[in-house]
Unconditional design. Structure first.
Length: 273
């Protein structure tokens, strides 16, 4: 099996997985232990799929929710051994699956306001188990490669995680600089940082890897060459982009991805310290 296979035909299933990830994400968003960087709303790659952070239960114990990409179910499981599962191949809309999840977590005492706007979508849903499993196998490999790169870095890093908003897998490295920026009408301080991520694409955009320095020192980076077909990207967001297609069915795919990540790191870090 190719490390990075062709993803032709994946888009309908990707859309379904994206909506369902937002459906399970409303529970930790509403009831999880809040992290200042919002890490509590992300999903992590595990042997059985994509899993939320644990959510404390009112009567003790914890709950985790997962997209089980081996059994093709959304599974809710508590530390006491209580389990609820729902098929992702049943054709439920985003709205329907979100309401199923909210009803299920209420059985464990988690009630109140949930961010329903995250999953509300009444379009018919397509879920191809073979496409989903192919994608999961790919995520497992990318997660492993990202962790290999992460382990080589000096300094503070965040976890490798799937963000429900964009459905991208990524992690951050944090620099020593502090950046002052207005966000949501409030002036805040943020650490300079560099991410490494994989975006699975959408109906209009093919999949790609990215590595974006913040802040982006255009005068120091845009004239620097990048390896293996990567390029600097400045439309909408600023950073480095490596098309997924450049690595498909390539025997050197892992080596080339790591060289891309290291090249951007070496170029960007002096601007972030």
């Amino acid at each position: 099996m190719a490390l990075f296979p062709v993803l032709d035909g994946f888009e309908p299933t990707r859309q379904t997985l994206h909506l369902y990830s937002q459906a399970v994400g409303v529970a930790p968003r509403a009831h999880g232990i809040a992290h200042p960087k919002w890490w509590h709303i992300s999903l992590k790659v595990r042997p059985d799929g994509l899993v939320t952070d644990t959510v404390p239960l009112p009567d003790g114990g914890i709950l985790a929710l997962r997209l089980d990409l081996r059994l093709h179910q959304i599974v809710l499981e508590t530390s006491q051994g209580d389990v609820r599962s729902f098929s992702m191949a049943a054709g439920l809309t985003g709205t329907e699956m979100g309401e199923v999840v909210i009803t299920a977590v209420a059985e464990f005492g988690l009630t109140g306001e949930f961010a329903r706007a995250k999953f509300e979508n009444d379009d018919p849903r397509i879920y191809d188990p073979d496409q989903a499993r192919r994608y999961f196998d790919l995520l497992v490999e990318i997660d492993r490669i990202f962790k290999t790169h992460k382990a080589s870095l000096k300094g503070e890093t965040g976890p490798v995680q799937v963000w429900p908003h964009g459905f991208d897998l990524a992690f951050e490295w944090f620099g020593a600089r502090t950046v002052t920026q207005e966000e949501h009408g409030k002036v805040q301080e943020f650490p300079a940082q560099l991410n490494l991520g994989f975006y699975p694409g959408n109906a209009d955009t093919p999949p790609y890897f990215y590595s974006n320095p913040f802040p982006f020192a255009a005068d120091k980076l845009l004239d620097k060459p990048l390896p293996h077909g990567a390029r600097w990207h400045t439309e909408g967001w600023q950073g480095a982009l490596l098309p997924y297609a450049a690595l498909v069915n390539d025997a050197n795919a892992e080596k080339n991805l790591l060289e891309f990540a290291r090249a951007v790191y070496n170029l960007a870090v002096p601007t972030l310290l």
